[in-house]
Design a protein around this ligand. Structure first.
Ligand SMILES: Nc1nc2c(ncn2[C@@H]2O[C@H](COP(=O)(O)OP(=O)(O)OP(=O)(O)O)[C@@H](O)[C@H]2O)c(=O)[nH]1
Ligand SMILES: [Mg+2]
Ligand SMILES: [Zn+2]
Length: 342
């Protein structure tokens, strides 16, 4: 194995930067730009919190080692899963100097309706639900629309199957059968008991999967269960409690973080959603995100049919014929109303 050596001059500067940092002096990225940093290396964003990035080196030189980095100010906001070029400026720190092309970027709006990137280069969106906290079709559909828009494969993961109660969860089961009929893959697991974990792991091989959903459904618990104990180099995802009074999660995970699956594949654990904002979609994108509506696109008598009281409405007819569920049509109307309210 040939290791690229730092020149003595580079090494000297790195040591000086290190000494400055130990004394608490941290020069802004732009100031350090002119100084020689280590050689350009490739890396993977493991986590992004505040101004700091955790970059895992993917170059041979120190593959697998994680560095705390800042990014050059001319770069766009980086997300967990991004592939980057970076340069060391110390034994454990560095500067991200370039962003490599992304195959996908999942973002979500913050309270100011600005999009915040959450996860990049993802291939599968695992929409995670549980008997508790209660699952809402509107939220699932929102994620399904987003996945369809980004051309990512969605799967539904029902966690906490150990808590299923046939009576209380009849509605949940009906909802899941409905999604199965549409053609979505559904995985039933209990991260607590380990049921279904192996099958899910097998289905996710080679993929980069982001776990999304409400706080408290067990995304972090699932990520830990899927990883097993094999990867000691990375600590486990922190699992939160449930608020006693309302069966809600406690917003334990605060930043998206990437974990490697043993073998191949990556998992990204993301914070439970707080806000219900919808991505910047137009009504057509929303319609297209309800994939079983596709055969009825443009099939109503009136071109501007709102699918309400109009005669010869193809969507209404499809509901009557049992080809579209009334719940999905209602959910579509609800999401449409949130778009129009903007
Ligand atoms: N009974 C049961 N409880 C579970 C299971 N998986 C997770 N939990 C519990 O659910 C609670 C929330 O788990 P987390 O993994 O922190 O949930 P999360 O989705 O990551 O939550 P946020 O990080 O807040 O978004 C914890 O008390 C877990 O112990 C399961 O399969 N069965
Ligand atoms: Mg979590
Ligand atoms: Zn219509």
């Amino acid at each position: 194995m040939t290791k690229r050596r730092l020149t003595q001059q580079q090494r000297g500067r790195i040591d000086r930067n290190q000494a400055l940092r130990e004394r608490g002096v941290r020069k802004p990225v732009e100031d350090r730009e002119t100084e020689a940093l280590g050689p350009q290396l490739t890396g993977l964003v493991i986590c992004h919190f505040g101004q700091q990035l955790e970059i895992e080196c993917t170059s041979e030189e120190s593959a697998g080692k994680v560095y705390r980095c800042f990014q050059r100010t001319n770069l766009p906001a980086l997300a967990t899963g991004d592939r980057v070029i970076w340069q060391a400026d110390g034994e454990t720190s560095g500067v991200v100097v370039a962003l490599k092309e992304r195959s996908s970027l999942m973002a979500r709006p913050n309270q100011q309706a600005n999009l915040r990137p959450i996860a990049a280069n993802v291939s599968v969106v695992a929409i995670t639900i549980a008997p508790l906290p209660e699952a809402f079709a509107n939220l699932i559909d929102r994620y399904l629309v987003m996945a369809s828009f980004l051309k990512l494969r969605p799967i539904l993961v029902l966690n906490k199957t150990d808590l299923l109660d046939p009576e209380r969860d009849a509605k949940l089961e009906a909802m899941l059968s409905n999604y199965a009929r549409i053609g979505y893959d559904i995985h039933r697991v209990s991260s607590k008991q380990g049921t279904g974990v192996d099958a899910l792991q097998a289905a996710l091989k080679e993929e980069t999967v982001v776990f999304v959903g409400q706080s408290g459904v067990g995304k972090s618990s699932l990520v830990n269960a899927l990883r097993g104990d094999e990867d000691d180099a990375q600590h486990s995802a922190i699992v939160g409690g449930m608020s006693q009074s309302r069966d809600k999660g406690t917003h334990t995970t605060t930043a998206a973080r990437l974990y490697h699956l043993p073998g191949s594949g990556d998992l990204i654990d993301s914070p439970g959603i707080r806000e219900f904002g919808l991505w910047n979609l137009d009504p057509q994108m929303l319609f297209d995100g309800f994939v079983e509506f596709a055969p009825y696109r443009g099939a109503c008598r009136f071109r501007d049919c709102k699918h309400q009281q109009e005669p010869d409405c193809a969507l209404k007819q499809a509901v009557e014929e049992g080809k579209i569920s009334p719940e999905r049509l209602a959910s579509y109307f609800f999401l449409l109303s949130t778009l129009e309210a903007k």
